[in-house]
Design a protein around this ligand. Structure first.
Ligand code: NAP
Length: 250
């Protein structure tokens, strides 16, 4: 099935590495101009350079998404530079795992602000022009941890569950303006975030016991679902959470 994108523009957070980079590259291959946001300039710079080298259109922008004021400033400049930012993929995320009694307030706050509050800030700034244009796509990259919970990830699971509530509420708020809001919930995907246990045969074996397809996912698996939700063809889908997890959260 071919997907229709009509030369639109997307902003993807956490586009420097892993899942975000795969999403940025996939959208760019479909002719979308991609604003690649990451924390380090090197990381988003490399992603944007790779897209441009492959014939796509991209801009790199280093923004700390845990900083609401930095997002406000970046969004204002982008809306002055681009005639429209039609798609927003809130993908940037971190983990700071630990059992609750040992979890510091800093680890709680860092995870909530990077994974969840960032979505509030980016959406608040970029969704208004989408509603005016009567077209927009917002995809929030949550996690199966936000659906099932996970011991040692109270901060991360709370942030990811919060993203699901945000997704469903905003889907209802924006539906009348033809702006869809959906979430993708990855299971275990091979990226820098999961290197420690993917490369540890004992830990990997334990994790895969819970995955019916018996393998880790690839960043491209998440990128394909996200690209579909951003395409014209997904115009009747909003407020949904799509798990891409090898069957783990059935
Ligand atoms: P990753 O490989 O660690 O990459 C994370 C990306 O987010 C990087 O580009 C990083 O920027 C960016 N980022 C982190 N903190 C940031 C901040 N404060 N400001 C701006 N950018 C920031 O992670 P991933 O595995 O691709 O995960 C992507 C998303 O999928 C996350 O939301 C994660 O929670 C979710 N997820 C992943 C898995 C998995 O198995 N991998 C499973 C479920 C959900 P730099 O490159 O500059 O460091």
């Amino acid at each position: 099935m071919s997907l229709t994108f009509n030369n639109r523009t997307a902003l993807v957070t956490g586009a420097g590495r892993g899942i975000g980079r795969a999403i940025a590259e996939t959208l760019a291959r479909h002719g979308v101009t991609v604003i690649c946001v990451s924390k380090s300039a090197d990381s988003c710079g490399a992603a944007a350079a790779a897209i441009t080298a492959a014939g796509g259109k991209a801009k790199a922008l280093a923004v700390d998404v845990a900083d609401g004021a930095a997002i406000a400033q970046a969004a204002e400049a982008l809306l002055a530079e681009f005639p429209a930012i039609d798609m927003l993929v809130n993908n940037a995320g971190i983990t700071r795992d630990g059992l609750l009694f040992r979890m510091s307030e800093a680890d709680w706050n860092d995870v909530i602000s990077t994974n969840l509050s960032s979505c509030y800030h980016w959406t608040k700034h970029l969704a208004r022009p989408m509603t005016r244009a009567r077209w927009g796509r917002i995809v929030n990259i949550t996690s199966v941890s936000g659906i099932m919970g996970n011991a040692g990830q109270a901060n991360y699971s709370a942030a990811k569950a919060g993203m699901i509530g945000l997704t469903k509420s905003l889907a209802r708020e924006f539906a009348g303006r033809n702006v869809t809001v959906n979430a993708v919930a990855p299971g275990f995907i091979k990226t820098d975030m999961t290197t420690d246990f993917v490369n540890n045969p004992e830990m990997a074996g334990k994790v895969l016991e819970a995955v019916p397809l018996k393998r880790f996912g690839e960043a491209a698996d998440i990128a394909n679902m996200t690209a579909y939700l951003c395409a014209e063809e997904a115009n009747y889908i909003t407020g949904q959470v799509f798990t891409v997890d090898g069957g783990m959260a059935m």
